[in-house]
Design a protein around this ligand. Sequence first.
Ligand code: NAD
Length: 176
Amino acid sequence: MRLLVTGGAGYVGSTMVPMLLDQGHRVRVLDTLKFGGHGLLPCCPNRFFELVRGDVCDPATVKSALEGVEAIIHLAAIVGYPACKKEPQLAQAVNVDGTANLLRHRKPDQRFLFASTGSIYGSIPDYICNEETPARRSPSMARPRPPPSRWCSRPATASPTASPRPSASATGCAST
Ligand SMILES: NC(=O)c1ccc[n+]([C@@H]2O[C@H](COP(=O)([O-])OP(=O)(O)OC[C@H]3O[C@@H](n4cnc5c(N)ncnc54)[C@H](O)[C@@H]3O)[C@@H](O)[C@H]2O)c1
C-alpha cells in the first residue's frame, strides 16, 4: 500500500516505518522533525521511502502529502501531559487542529488510522481495553469536544469542516 505516516520520525514511527517498508509498503513520512530524524536514517536508501519535512497544521502541506496515498497513519502529536501543559496552544494546534486538518483534506477512500492514547480509558484494573471500552478521561486530560478519537471513527464524509471550539481548559493532550 501507499501510506502516509504523520509524525513518523518519532518514537513509535521510527520503529513502525522500517517495519512497513520491510512488508513492501511505500511510505511517505510527514514530520516537523522536532526531535530530529535520526531514527529514520536506515530507511533513506529504500526507494519506497519518502520524507517530507512539514507541519500537519498547514493545509497546503497536508494536501500535497495526501496525494496518491491509500491510507494515513496519524502519529504526529504533542505527546504526554507535561509537554501539553508546557505548550498548551501548540498542543491544541497539533493534536486537535492538525488532526482536523488531515481529516478535512483526506479523500473518502483514504483510510485513517489514529494512534490516540490508552489514557483516554482512565484507570483500567486489568489493563485490557478494546473498541467497546468506554472512554473515561482523567481530570488531567484535555477535553476537546468532540475529541479527535471520536472524529476518526466517523466516515470521511463526516470529517470536521471547521475547527472545534474546545473549552478554555482544552489542550488536546495526547498522553501515552
Ligand atoms: N509512545 C507510546 O508508548 C504511545 C502509546 C500509545 C499511543 N501513542 C500515541 O502515538 C502517537 C505517537 O507517539 P510517539 O511516542 O511516537 O510520540 P513522539 O513525540 O515520539 O513523536 C511524535 C512525532 O510527531 C512529530 N510532530 C509533532 N508536531 C508535528 C506537526 N505539527 N506536524 C508534523 N509532525 C509533528 C514530531 O516531530 C515527532 O517526530 C501519539 O499520538 C501518542 O499519543 C504513543
